[in-house]
Design a protein around this ligand. Structure first.
Ligand code: Z5A
Length: 205
């Protein structure tokens, strides 16, 4: 039986997920909550191997359906072997990306049929869903400019601007479809501005 809370953080490149994760962990720990930090794709031994396959440029082209199924294969391992056990022992889990990324990148970005994604979601997740998703929203150009100095791009980051515009629009559409779960956070201003909004919504959990 699930006892802890499951929080996910999502958004386009450079939205500030990694930056805000440190704050969220500290904020929850200060309230006496034990937090398990994890990420997708990845988070388990098998999931990290799938991540390498998905993101490495040496993988080359991959059919969009294959990419989607690998995301869900990694997610199944993640839920069964890491997220659920942690929640069952009362820890909270914070995941850097989760299923909303599949709807945004494989659905919005790659143009895959949403029904196929929701079929995989039903199979892998059944009725399991995050308690809260923090969607950090930033215009794609701003997000890209923040990560430009990192240099080498991974296989998905190599996509063009219009791909990431579609990803962002898909995220926004999902936040409208699930307004109770997905909290849209304006991440286009300062780091402190984003942090304040996150603290406000975390207090509602
Ligand atoms: N993917 C998928 O396609 N389908 C799926 O189902 C899943 C994932 C689960 C994983 O990448 C890739 O997998 C991702 C989606 C795909 N692909 N792409 N492309 P990832 O999650 O490992 O990495 P990322 O999303 O690309 O992370 P990122 O680019 O590092 O973004 P971020 O973590 O949101 O940004 P950050 O590192 O916190 O900040 C970037 C810089 O901006 C840094 O220098 C900060 O100091 C700065 N920053 C942050 N916030 C601000 C503000 N507010 N103002 C100014 N500067 C800021």
């Amino acid at each position: 039986m699930k006892k802890g809370k499951f929080i996910t953080i999502d958004g386009v490149e450079g939205a500030g997920k990694s930056t805000q994760i440190d704050f969220i962990c500290e904020y929850l720990k200060a309230k006496g909550i034990q937090v398990v930090l994890t990420r997708e794709p990845g988070g388990t031994k098998v999931g990290e191997k799938i991540r390498e396959l998905l993101l490495s440029n040496s993988t080359g082209d991959m059919h969009a359906d294959t990419e989607l199924m690998l995301m869900f294969a990694a997610r199944n391992e993640h839920i069964q072997n890491k997220i659920m056990p942690a929640l069952e022992q009362g820890d909270w889990v914070l995941s850097d990306r989760f299923t909303d990324s599949s709807y945004a990148y494989q659905g919005g970005g790659r143009g895959l049929d949403i029904n196929r994604i929701s079929q995989l979601e039903s199979w892998v997740m059944q009725d399991f869903t995050p308690d809260m998703t923090l969607l950090l929203d930033v215009p794609v150009e701003i997000g890209m400019s923040r990560v430009e100095s990192r240099g080498k791009k991974d296989r998905i980051e190599m996509e063009k601007m219009d791909f990431f515009d579609r990803v962002r629009q898909a995220y926004i559409a999902r936040s409208k479809e699930f307004p109770d779960r997905i909290k849209l956070i304006d991440s286009s201003k300062t780091i402190e501005h984003t942090t304040e909004q996150i603290a406000t919504v975390l207090d509602t959990l």
